[in-house]
Design a protein around this ligand. Structure first.
Ligand SMILES: [Zn+2]
Ligand SMILES: [Zn+2]
Length: 320
């Protein structure tokens, strides 16, 4: 059973898009793209934009604007990541069998290990009673995903891989980072496509029982990297955020949240480019002990936030 209702949506009885009665909501932890919205695209213009816990009405599937709740850090009692839990990467598609991709995969695997073992970055999450995991060897799925793959298809496919033994079976004691090849779009609804409205996300197949996963589309050209133009940096910014948010809020909305946001979403508002000690760009998480967003070490060669800001993106750089 996925989380049906949270504090933000408990009083909502009808879908704000179609008016149908709702029986509950699917909650998904999403990092929004900051691409400029095209004025002619009404579906996007009227859509709620920020990173956070996105709400999809049941049974109609429409995404509603995230309801307002007070922005205080709160734990809702759901599962949290423990020491010794496992990460496995799943590289989905024949693209990842090519010689060119093997160095890309190697860089990503090194980054995952560095992110997960970084004392300050992932170690600091102990204040949320979150541990650090181990990294098990990755899997390449040679069969290509559809060019448009929905989250429902991803859930079904992941469950199939686990039952067939194609990937490890962690039960609820681990998670998968699912990497999509170039040219494949992930869809949260027919209107909500990767790179167009979001960069990446994390979710669960069966609520608090997992399996838990992040979805990392091939790095978007725009809207998902506020620090550099390097696709690898785009990837690690998104991946670090989804890993942190998966660990602190495994079933989106049931763990540590700040209103409708997870702990990195909150820091998107005063975005600062940060790197961990091994040099990878990472997105900051809210440090409740310091009442501030996480900062990398001063020696980590931090560049000021200067590129990637687009007019009208008020959530970046201005939190009031
Ligand atoms: Zn909710
Ligand atoms: Zn609806």
């Amino acid at each position: 059973m996925a989380l049906n209702r949270c504090e933000a949506c408990e009083r909502i009885s009808s879908c704000s898009v179609c008016g149908r009665r709702v029986t509950g909501f699917d909650h998904i932890g999403v990092r929004a793209s900051t691409q400029r919205r095209e004025a002619h695209d009404l579906s996007l213009r009227s859509a709620p934009h920020g990173s956070g816990i996105w709400h999809f009405s049941r049974p109609c599937g429409h995404r509603i604007s995230s309801p307002k709740v007070s922005p205080r850090v709160k734990y809702n009692g759901g599962p949290l990541w423990k020491d010794g839990y496992s990460w496995q990467s799943i590289y989905w598609g024949s693209y990842f069998t090519t010689a060119n991709s093997s160095s890309w995969i190697k860089r990503i695997e090194t980054a995952i290990l560095n992110i997960e073992t970084d004392q300050a970055y992932s170690g600091g999450l102990s204040e949320y009673n979150v541990g650090r995991g181990r990294i098990v060897p990755y899997t390449i799925i040679k069969k290509d995903p559809p060019t448009k793959v929905s989250d429902v298809q991803i859930k079904q496919t992941l469950a199939g891989w686990i039952s067939q033994g194609t990937v490890s079976n962690f039960g609820s004691a681990g998670a998968y980072n699912i990497f999509l090849p170039p040219g494949v779009t992930a869809l949260l609804s027919p209107l909500e496509a990767s790179c167009k409205v979001f960069c990446d996300y994390h979710n669960t197949v069966n609520g608090m029982d997992g399996p838990f996963y992040t979805v990392e589309p091939y790095p978007c050209a725009k809207g998902c990297n506020h620090c550099t133009n390097d696709p690898f940096d785009t990837l690690t910014q998104g991946l670090s955020e989804e890993m942190v948010e998966l660990k602190t809020d495994m079933d989106p909305g049931s763990g540590w949240v700040i209103g409708n946001e997870e702990i990195c979403d909150y820091c998107d508002a005063n975005f600062v480019c940060n790197r961990i000690s091994t040099g990878e760009y990472v997105n900051a998480w809210y440090d409740k002990g310091k009442n501030a967003c996480w900062r990398g070490t001063p020696t980590a060669n931090i560049e000021p936030f200067s590129t990637g800001v687009e007019p009208g993106q008020s959530r970046i750089g201005t939190r009031v």
